[in-house]
Each structure stands twice: as structure tokens, then as C-alpha cells.
Design a protein around this ligand. Structure first.
Ligand code: 3HB
Length: 337
């Protein structure tokens, strides 16, 4: 990738909390995967969001988004944001409650409005961290399904059709209701990618909830006018699902291998050429990878399998949290740069 191309695509990396320079001039946002939750904040001139995803200091880390351009930040209707004219990072939080659909609908609606107001129409990636994800709300609906309902309603109200939904993660967290953050681009060329071996999540049948999870399996973001081989691929949270069904329930090793196979197919030659993207990627090109593991004791086995497939230079974080379906033990995501 040339200097000129990379300057206009988003940059992120993982940093440990003690090596972080929060006041460095070129920060767009810092997402702390940490031991407590806090409302998103922009008091230091960039976006900061603390998500309760770590059990202690040893599994805490920060995801740092940087830019070459001057950053402006603000807050509107409970959504905090930072942007540089090319990329927008924004975040919100829905406090703990008996139900989440209406809070999710309102927060997502405000986020979509804000994106439109600020001129960032290409929504590349959303991350959603849902406390008590597999537990029921006050009406007996699983909280993940409740969240999906509110999200689908917000997308529908804003005429966000299935072909414009972003890549996403919807994963458990250790507290704080629902936290989310979003990456959008002003001029980037965005292509949603689907996996031919999986039913698109937005077409899942009703057995998985009243409204399907609205997300793309990945998005490809490139600089308009330059060849599409220069782009980045944002891979959504990916698990052991074929068609729409969970495979290998109870076998974390097989679930890890199938999740990896799904990602390999998604970023591989068949999928990319089908989407007219002139790029070839393998699991070794994936970076800033998050691997979510339901049972702490499974982490060593999952790590061993992942290390056989990822580049030794890739940044990989292992997080011990619940996954969106009770029969899934592992999920992973990353970015091809
Ligand atoms: C989501 O609902 O946004 C989602 C859930 C997953 C994986 C990816 C996205 O388990």
C-alpha cells in the first residue's frame, strides 16, 4: 500500500494501558477493554470508551485509533464522537435495565442521525457489548434478541436496508448494560461481504429471535479512485455457524477451527472475486484480532489453534466473555490491512 493510500484508511492498534499516551495529538479514539464500564467521553479531545470486558489488569488493553488529520470531538444526545473529516468514531451506552429494545432503538437512531448530520454516510463497522447477553429480559426474551429487535427497528426507521448494514460484533460483556461504538467513513468506497457458506445474518429465520441480527459478515473499505486491492477488510464477529445453524456445540476446538475456516473463506479469493475485489487475503493477513472465549479454561486450547493460523506479528487479544448464542463457545474478529 502506498503512503497516500494508507493515510486515508483508518488505523488502529492494541496498546497496554501503561504504554498509552492519551494526550498524543493524533488520537481519534481510545477504546479501553477494561475492568469497569463508563459512559463515552470526549473531555481530552478524542473519543474514550471504557467497556467492562476484562477480569483483571492482565487481560485489560486499549484499542487506539489514530489519524494524520486534526481531530474534532463532541457529544450529541448521549452519543460521543470524534472525527477528522474522513473518519468518524462514535459511541454510546444503554444503561442496565429490564429491557433493551427501546433504549437500543433510541441510541442507534441518534447514532444514525449523527452520522448523517456530520456527513459520514458509509458505516463500516459497529461493535456491541451486551451484559447478560444470554439471560432473559423482564418479558422472557433473551437480552441479545431484545437488542437485535431495537437495532433492526432503528435501521428500518432510517431506511438502512440489508445491503447497507455494517460489519459488526455482538458479544457478551461483564457489566454496564450495552456499550457500542461505530466507525464510519466520509468518502471511502464500502462493499459489504457475505459468506456463501452461511445464511446472511439479516436473513436468519425467526427461531433465533423476533428480528434478525442486522449486520454484514465483513465490509471492505477502500479509497475511491484507487484500486480496490488497497482496501481494508473489517471481519465481523465470526463463529461456528454453517447455514444458520451452530455446529459442534460443546466442542470448543472444533468450533474454533470452523470459525477460522469461515473467516478464511470470507476473506479468501472466492468471496473477494465474487464481490469484484481484486485482493487476496488469508488468515495470516488478519490483525488486531479479538478472540472471545466463553469458558476461561478453554483459552489455552483456543489460543494454540489460533496461533497455528495467525501471523506471529498479529496483535491478538483473548477475552473471556459470553457469546451471542448459548451453544457457541468461541467467536473471533479482526481487520485485514
Ligand atoms: C451482532 O449481532 O452484531 C453480531 C453478533 C455476533 C457476531 C457478529 C455480529 O455473534
Amino acid at each position: 500500500m502506498t503512503q497516500q493510500q494508507s493515510a486515508t484508511l483508518p488505523a488502529s492498534k492494541f496498546a497496554s494501558l501503561d504504554e498509552l499516551d492519551e494526550d498524543a495529538g493524533n488520537v481519534l479514539g481510545i477504546i479501553n477493554y477494561t475492568t469497569g464500564a463508563a459512559d463515552p467521553d470526549t473531555s481530552r479531545g478524542h473519543l474514550r470508551l471504557d467497556i467492562h470486558m476484562a477480569h483483571g489488569d492482565s487481560d485489560s488493553f486499549s484499542e487506539v485509533w489514530t489519524t494524520d488529520l486534526p481531530v474534532e470531538s463532541g457529544e450529541s444526545g448521549g452519543i460521543a464522537y470524534a472525527h477528522d473529516g474522513e473518519h468518524l468514531l462514535c459511541a454510546g451506552r444503554i444503561p442496565p435495565g429490564d429491557g433493551y429494545a427501546s433504549g437500543t432503538r433510541a441510541a442507534y437512531a441518534r447514532t444514525l442521525e449523527l452520522m448523517a448530520e456530520l456527513g459520514y454516510h458509509h458505516c463500516a463497522r459497529m461493535w456491541n457489548f451486551v451484559n447478560r447477553i444470554n439471560e432473559d429480559n423482564a418479558d422472557g426474551l433473551e437480552i441479545y434478541r431484545d437488542f437485535c429487535k431495537g437495532r433492526a427497528e432503528a435501521f428500518e426507521a432510517h431506511r438502512f436496508n440489508d445491503s447497507s448494514v455494517p460489519a459488526a460484533t455482538g458479544i457478551g460483556s461483564l457489566g454496564g448494560g450495552i456499550a457500542f461504538y461505530v466507525l464510519a467513513s466520509r468518502t471511502g468506497a464500502l462493499t459489504p461481504l457475505e459468506n456463501s457458506k452461511q445464511v446472511s445474518a439479516y436473513h436468519y429465520p425467526e427461531q433465533y429471535g423476533p428480528r434478525p441480527p442486522k449486520f454484514a459478515r465483513a465490509t471492505h473499505l477502500s479509497v475511491p479512485g484507487l484500486d480496490s486491492a488497497s482496501g481494508q477488510i473489517y471481519v465481523s464477529g465470526t463463529s461456528s455457524i454453517r447455514g444458520h445453524e451452530t455446529l459442534f456445540a460443546g466442542d470448543v476446538e472444533k468450533q474454533t477451527l470452523l470459525a477460522l475456516e469461515n473467516v478464511a473463506h470470507l476473506i479468501g479469493p472466492d468471496t473477494l472475486s465474487h464481490h469484484r475485489i481484486d485482493q487476496r487475503s488469508t488468515l495470516a493477513d488478519l490483525d488486531t484480532i479479538k478472540v472471545y472465549v466463553r469458558n476461561h479454561d478453554d483459552i489455552p486450547a483456543v489460543r494454540r489453534i489460533c496461533e497455528e493460523h495467525f501471523s506471529p506479528d498479529a496483535q491478538v487479544a483473548y477475552l473471556n466473555v459470553d457469546v451471542c448464542r448459548a451453544d457457541l463457545s468461541v467467536e473471533l474478529e479482526g481487520i485485514v490491512r
